[in-house]
Design a binder for this molecule. Structure first.
Ligand SMILES: [Fe+2]
Length: 183
């Protein structure tokens, strides 16, 4: 279930707010300046290739491209058997920023975005059908968990794709991870 949690940087171990109500999530993210949408999930064969995934969501992709100037689109898929799953998790779980928006549409599976805004961290557990856009320059990290499973469409303004600037902040080690017993 798509779930938003808010943590205080000064007390990051426990959420001060948690909701799975989509209207509340939409309002909280909109107020935070983080675009969020839910798209209808289209049927796809198991292990559909990137072309089939992009084709299924072509109308939504075209709308976002026209609205925000995204030029590059690809499909990222990580499975629990991925040979580099530990290294991949470790890379994206460090706090970083991008010169580009980080736009992700979850075609299947799930993952958690953590967005560091002032004295708070907003965590959004994304599920299939969720689109999130972390604005350029916003501190954030992503936890795919120890057994990652997701397929996501990624949109970029820059043709270079994913370029991260790491902050070195230790906060990601303090806020509950995806597999933590505490949310
Ligand atoms: Fe990122």
């Amino acid at each position: 279930m798509t779930t938003l949690s808010i943590y205080q940087v000064s007390k990051p171990h426990r959420a001060i707010l948690q909701t799975s109500d989509i209207a509340s999530i939409l309002k909280l993210l909109t107020d935070a300046g983080v675009p969020f949408e839910q798209w209808p999930i289209r049927p796809l064969p198991q292990n559909a290739d990137a072309a089939a995934v992009l084709s299924a969501y072509q109308s939504e992709i075209d709308r976002l491209k026209a609205a925000h100037g995204y030029t590059t689109v690809d499909v990222a898929r990580v499975t629990p058997e991925h040979p580099e799953r530990v290294a991949l998790r470790q890379k994206f779980i460090e706090e970083h920023t991008h010169p580009d928006d980080e736009v992700r549409f979850f075609v299947e599976g799930s993952g958690a975005f953590y967005i560091h805004l002032g004295d708070q961290v907003v965590r959004l557990l994304c599920q299939a059908g969720d689109l999130i856009s972390v604005p350029a320059g916003t501190k954030h990290w992503f936890d795919m968990g120890p057994a990652p499973h997701f397929t996501a469409i990624r949109l970029f303004v820059s043709p270079e794709g994913w370029v991260g600037h790491f902050t070195g902040n230790l906060l990601p080690g303090l806020v509950p991870k995806l597999d933590s017993a505490h949310a």
